[in-house]
Write a protein that binds this ligand. Structure first.
Ligand SMILES: Nc1ncnc2c1ncn2[C@@H]1O[C@H](COP(=O)(O)OP(=O)(O)OP(=O)(O)O)[C@@H](O)[C@H]1O
Ligand SMILES: [Mg+2]
Length: 397
């Protein structure tokens, strides 16, 4: 996007979706709570637990990542190094997938298939004990994992620490937009008691303003953007209280402005950027989908055209065509259906079952308020490999 010498953007990296700022303004309280909860880990390597919750784009992931990096640096300085691991349960949405990530933190070449979760868990445990470093593990978007039945990963990880008896254990930061209490077993519930919950409120308009202003200063060339463009971004995103929306607006507006001869970002560019992005279907959500799901969603977007709904049969037909276009064998209906349900849970699409006049019930799919063309374009760019993340390398069903 920013290959050419840029007239507006000075530091594109700080606008990327996984960038973690050095300091997170307006999150001092959450940060302090984390420090309080994790003091035993810093001081004596004892396992600690916290649960972060709040709506979309409220800084949960960024705060957890900043904290874990700072914690690792602190412990290293103090001569008691820790291991930090972060797994996004949206891209690793099975128990086996998550444990595989844990093992691969120690053994990059660990094979994708051929080992049961139990075997992988033992391998992970052996690595932790061998390295003798306490682990600080972030399980981000953990609700997606917990919603599947038969997941007792959290229980195993907390048990692990009890069994470790003074040896290196696993500390956990669980992150979720949605309440997870109902999804945890009794034992894990007592570990993640309500006392350890840290809430992230939606950002106010003024908070969004200072977050956007700080990011603009970091990312853009001084004098190349209008102050009221930052104001407008704060206004627009305050409807959602979502900092990601604000930063995506800033990045897209900058990219649009790059294309103009004036070389200046103003409110008009923000308006144009707003027309193209959506707060529910965020780019990071799309990037988190593995290649199978990206292809399935692209097929749905293409089949949708100007319709409000399409039937699952129509979607599956297009799915066959799109799979072949990308040189892949389409998966069977049952697998396609699990992709749909999975993306429904992530609010990337919606399914409704309707009784037909002729009798029988038919499943329809609709898209949230994103133009299907815009969605299709985004997915095409990602599938062409211009935007690439790890989940595509080692896809799991
Ligand atoms: N207080 C802040 N200061 C600076 N940047 C922030 C702040 N809060 C969030 N951001 C930025 O906003 C974006 C979204 O934040 P983050 O990914 O942490 O949200 P989240 O709460 O994890 O959202 P989701 O639930 O959708 O995953 C990131 O680019 C992050 O850097
Ligand atoms: Mg997040």
């Amino acid at each position: 996007m920013f290959e050419k010498a840029s007239v507006i953007v000075r530091n594109a990296e700080s606008l990327s979706f996984d960038y973690v700022p050095q300091t997170l303004v307006h999150r001092e309280e959450q940060r302090t709570r984390l420090e309080t909860y994790f003091r035993p880990l810093a001081e004596s390597g004892r396992p600690c637990y916290a649960y972060l919750t709040g709506s979309v784009g409220t800084g949960k992931t960024a705060t957890a990542k900043r904290f874990s990096e700072d914690m690792a640096a602190y412990c290293f300085e103090a001569g008691r190094p820790i291991e930090t691991i972060s797994v996004n349960c949206r891209s690793r949405n099975t128990e086996a997938g998550v444990i595989l990530e844990l093992v691969r933190n120690y053994d990059k070449g660990f094979p994708e298939r051929g080992f049961s979760p139990d075997e992988m868990m033992r391998s992970f445990r052996a690595h932790v004990e061998k390295g003798a470093r306490p682990v600080l593990l972030i399980l981000d978007e953990v609700d997606i994992l917990l919603k599947k039945s038969n997941i007792d990963l959290i229980y195993q990880l907390t048990r692990f620490s009890e069994d470790a008896r003074g040896k290196a254990g696993v500390s956990l930061i669980l992150i979720s937009q949605y309440p997870i209490y109902g999804l945890l077993d009794e034992a894990s519930l007592s570990t993640f008691g309500r006392g350890n919950a840290i809430t992230f409120n939606k950002y106010t308009r003024d908070e969004l303003f200072s977050i956007t202003e700080a990011r603009a200063e970091e990312a853009l060339i001084e004098g190349r953007y209008a102050a009221d463009a930052v104001d407008l971004i704060a206004d627009v995103s305050s409807e959602y209280g979502d900092a990601r929306f604000a930063i995506e607006l800033l990045r897209d507006a900058a990219s649009i402005a790059e294309g103009h001869t004036e070389g200046y970002l103003d409110t008009e560019d923000v308006r144009e950027a707003k027309a193209n992005i959506n707060s529910v279907v965020t780019e990071s959500k799309l990037l988190g989908l593995d290649i199978n799901r990206k292809i399935a969603l692209l097929a749905i977007a293409r089949a949708m055209k100007n319709n409000l709904y399409i039937t699952i049969t129509a979607a599956e037909k297009t799915y066959g065509v799109v799979s072949e276009e990308y040189g892949r064998t389409p998966r069977k209906y049952t697998q396609f259906w699990t992709y749909i349900q999975d993306m429904d849970r992530q609010n990337l699409l919606e399914t409704v079952v309707r009784n037909e006049k002729e009798g029988g019930r038919v499943t329809y799919i609709s898209l949230p308020d994103i133009p299907s063309k815009v969605l299709a374009k985004k997915l095409e760019v990602m599938l062409e490999g211009k935007e690439f993340i790890a989940s595509d390398v080692t896809e799991l069903d």
